[in-house]
Design a protein around this ligand. Structure first.
Ligand code: P6P
Length: 344
């Protein structure tokens, strides 16, 4: 029948469609809905940071040894409480938590959610784009059954940390919410990548990007060249080849926001390559496998692109620790494969 011009496709409607198609179950629908609520709340906090005196440092540091911004801590609390009240989350692992946390309130679903509640928060004070990144793994009941009855929360967390450390190939869904000139929630449930833009007039995410496809190649490279002197020679040769491609080719453009979600979202739409290499200072790179590199690589692959540590597929890497770091090269298939050839 004719669709009304007012029939707007919202995130809520899209979620219900995925459930009706049997792509996700009712429990996961509720978890994803709680994540979209957390993103709306964080969006409003970020956009009013200067007004509400939420810029600046919290005066503490996280397990990464990074100075926590006030909004790092608040965003972590917002994300965690939305997941708890969903009642479908079993364990959460956050960049801002030392170890995974078992959620007492869960009574069904028991999903494992990994997230970076506010990535790129060093950009907040200058109102440069930031984002939240998440990934969801299926519950692994063994870790709960081995515990006998009424285990303590610490026993559950200790026994279940192994369940958090899963390769990205196990992801059921992953996504990010970018807080920029507009607020865009981008995710995949395994059947392509969809983008929803927040309409502030009525506080809903509206479908704006259907089935995002990363261009097979691109002319943008996104690296922090301030680290050039610390890179190994093969990587230097690769980046030099983009800047001096020879007489018949145009040089690539350099774009680097210093905020993974902003740099990645541009790469998803415009193509090219984003890289955070290992170097003499950061021997295994800076970005975390579990809640940054794996979710972004999952999305890249769902959009026809690639995510690599320079030699192998990010999604095949089995995490050993929750906050493990790996080098990341992600974006257009041809660009990532070209990089891998240089590093071989
Ligand atoms: P650098 C932000 O701190 C972050 O984790 C990512 O969002 C961003 O891509 C990267 O680090 C920037 O790191 O060393 O270039 O400032």
């Amino acid at each position: 029948q004719r669709r009304s011009q007012y029939e707007i496709e919202t995130f809520t409607g899209w979620l219900l469609q995925q459930e009706q198609k049997g792509i996700i179950d009712a429990e996961l629908t509720i978890v994803l809905s709680s994540i979209s609520l957390a993103c709306k709340q964080i969006a409003s906090l970020v956009q009013r940071a200067g007004i509400s005196n939420l810029t600046g440092l919290q005066g503490a540091s996280n397990i990464q040894g990074e100075d926590q911004k006030k909004l790092d801590v608040i965003s972590n609390e917002v994300f965690s409480s939305c997941l708890r009240t969903s009642g479908r989350t079993g364990i959460i692992a956050s960049e801002e938590e030392d170890i995974p946390v078992a959620v007492e309130e869960s009574y069904s679903g028991n999903y494992i959610v990994v997230f970076d509640p506010l990535d790129g928060s060093s950009n907040i004070d200058a109102a440069v784009s930031t984002g939240s990144i998440f990934g969801i793994y299926k519950p692994n009941e063994e870790c709960l059954t081995n515990l006998g009855d009424s285990p303590t929360i610490d026993e559950v967390a200790e026994n279940c940390v192994v369940n958090v450390c899963q390769p990205g190939s196990n992801l059921l869904t992953a996504g990010y919410c970018m807080y920029s000139s507009s607020v865009i929630l981008v995710l995949s449930v395994g059947k392509g990548v969809y983008g929803f833009t927040l309409d502030p007039l009525y506080g809903e995410f509206v479908l704006t990007h259907k089935d995002i496809q990363i261009p097979k190649k691109g002319k943008i490279y996104s690296f922090n060249e301030g680290n050039y002197a610390l890179w190994d020679d093969k990587l230097k040769k690769y980046v030099d080849s983009l800047k001096e491609p020879g007489p018949s080719n145009k040089p690539y453009s350099a774009r680097y926001i210093g905020s993974l979600v902003g740099d990645f979202h541009r790469t998803m739409l415009y193509g090219g390559i984003y890289g955070y290499p290992a170097d003499l200072k950061s021997k295994t790179g800076k970005l975390r496998l579990l809640y940054e590199c794996a979710p972004m690589s999952y999305l890249a692959e769902q959009a026809g692109g690639k995510g690599s540590d320079g030699h192998k597929r990010i999604l095949d890497i089995q995490p050993e620790q929750v906050h493990q770091r790996v080098p990341l090269y992600v974006g257009s298939t041809e660009e990532v494969e070209k990089l891998e050839k240089y590093l071989a």
